[in-house]
Design a protein around this ligand. Structure first.
Ligand SMILES: NC(=O)c1ccc[n+]([C@@H]2O[C@H](COP(=O)([O-])OP(=O)(O)OC[C@H]3O[C@@H](n4cnc5c(N)ncnc54)[C@H](O)[C@@H]3O)[C@@H](O)[C@H]2O)c1
Ligand SMILES: O=C(O)CC[C@@H](O)C(=O)O
Length: 402
């Protein structure tokens, strides 16, 4: 019979994670810190993990946020490691900053502020100069203007709703919109048949898509040529979604009036028609707490029960705990893996109590509850099945010690 003992899970943090989230780890079973060796899981925000030697010991990565382009997701999938994120947990924070961006751009607030900061002299002089020069910063109002939203996910749909409430017309483009997003969208949001159609129709354009190969430089020289003259572009997604050189050329030619984004660069910094913020979209007390709490709860449920909720590479898979003896298997989505697992369990004389198998693209995930303890050799045997990426024993409430 294998030995079990109460053990701790070790969590390596690569960024500051809100304490409201860290407090969700059951105190006695978790060791958390930025210098943890041989971690069981990693918690991260924007830290770039792409060139990191990710420890072989980890079972999961938790991203307290939406974007996972800073994480080597493909390499983790090949190791059978789920990458969790927190859909929607910071969407309101981003929406509010996008609204701020719309107002900043529509009313030329940054150039106006910069101008006031240059003024010298007494109060009368400042007053005279302000009144004389304010025509340079005259803006436009939002009602009746068209906002084009590229990407109608968690953030895009909140932005759509808020813009409609401000009296704007909204046109959206999202070829992969989820059923849930589609249901939640107001019927007043007009569907663009293509990104070009959206760009042609919009006075303001805001992008809310993940950074993927397919979305890199989605806004480029060619797409900018479709914009209305004097369009205002907002990017609170990722810098590489917009071709910065093309935007600067668009500003020079007058095609783009101004660019508001969350990603500073040398070329954008101090440009009179550009507003750059220091990646502030998710930086609110509420969003940081929401993301941390959500990701920690998901990680705990995975580490202790093998359940998967909200990853970018695995299917959501959960099963009520009716047995103390659970096996969690990550595998390639190919035929006969479940058959081989069942055969191995039967040969070992283990009765299956309950089982779930889900797939998503090339990945699949299986939870099997059995009626009696599982020997470590059997876990190793399952792990060696061709197509199995990882196999883990998840007994409750303890876990096996090798
Ligand atoms: N600035 C910040 O601090 C901040 C905060 C949160 C998220 N983000 C960024 O915003 C992105 C979106 O966040 P979200 O929570 O709305 O994600 P989400 O996954 O809920 O929504 C993304 C949407 O983009 C759509 N999409 C994908 N490719 C597209 C394409 N080529 N054209 C049009 N639509 C496309 C998807 O179908 C999906 O509906 C994140 O991936 C992240 O990069 C930035
Ligand atoms: O953690 C952050 O501050 C940024 C998060 C944001 O870019 C996201 O993708 O959720």
């Amino acid at each position: 019979m294998p030995e079990y003992q109460q053990t701790v899970f070790k969590i390596l943090t690569l960024n500051h994670i809100a304490s409201a989230g860290l407090e969700c780890f059951p105190r006695d079973n978790y060791q958390i810190g930025e210098n943890i060796a041989q971690p069981d899981a990693i918690l991260v925000r924007s830290h770039n993990m792409l060139n990191m030697d990710v420890p072989r010991t980890i079972l999961a990565i938790g991203r307290a946020g939406a974007g996972t382009n800073n994480i080597p997701v493909k390499a983790m999938s090949e190791r059978g490691i789920p990458v969790f994120n927190t859909p929607g947990a910071n969407a309101n924070a981003v929406k509010e900053l996008v609204l701020a961006g719309l107002f900043l751009a529509a009313r030329n607030l940054l150039p106006a502020l910069r101008y006031v900061e240059t003024l010298q002299g007494d109060d009368d002089t400042l007053h005279t100069l302000a009144e004389r020069e304010k025509k340079r910063f005259s803006g436009i109002e939002l009602p009746g203007r068209t906002l084009g939203i590229v990407g109608l996910g968690e953030i895009g749909r909140l932005v759509a709703d808020a813009a409609l409430k401000l009296g704007m017309k909204v046109v959206g483009y999202d070829p992969n919109i989820t059923v849930e997003s589609a249901w939640s969208l107001s019927s007043e949001v007009k569907k663009a048949q293509s990104i070009e159609a959206l760009l042609r129709a919009s006075d303001f354009i805001t992008v809310h898509v993940p950074l993927l190969d397919a979305t890199r430089h989605l806004i480029n020289e060619k797409s900018i040529s479709n914009m209305k003259r004097g369009a205002i572009l907002l990017n609170f997604s990722r810098n590489a979604i917009v071709d910065e050189e093309a935007v600067l050329a668009g500003i020079s030619s007058g095609k783009i009036k101004s660019y508001v984004c969350d990603f500073p660069s040398r070329k954008l910094q101090r440009h009179e028609s550009v507003v750059t913020l220091p990646h502030l979209g998710a930086s609110t007390l509420e969003a940081e707490q929401n993301c941390a709490v959500m990701v920690v709860n998901q990680l705990v449920d995975f580490l202790q029960n093998g359940n998967i909720t909200n990853t970018v590479n695995f299917p959501n898979t959960s099963m009520e705990r009716e047995s103390s003896y659970r096996i969690a298997v990550s595998n390639e989505n190919v035929p006969n893996i479940v058959g081989q697992i069942s055969t191995d369990l039967a040969k070992a004389g283990l009765n299956i109590h309950n089982m779930v198998n889900k797939s998503r693209g090339e990945m699949a995930y299986t939870l099997v509850d059995v009626d009696s303890p599982v020997p470590l050799q059997l876990i190793n045997k399952i792990a060696s099945i061709s197509g199995v990426l990882s196999a883990r024993y998840v007994p409750f409430p303890t876990r096996q010690v090798n």
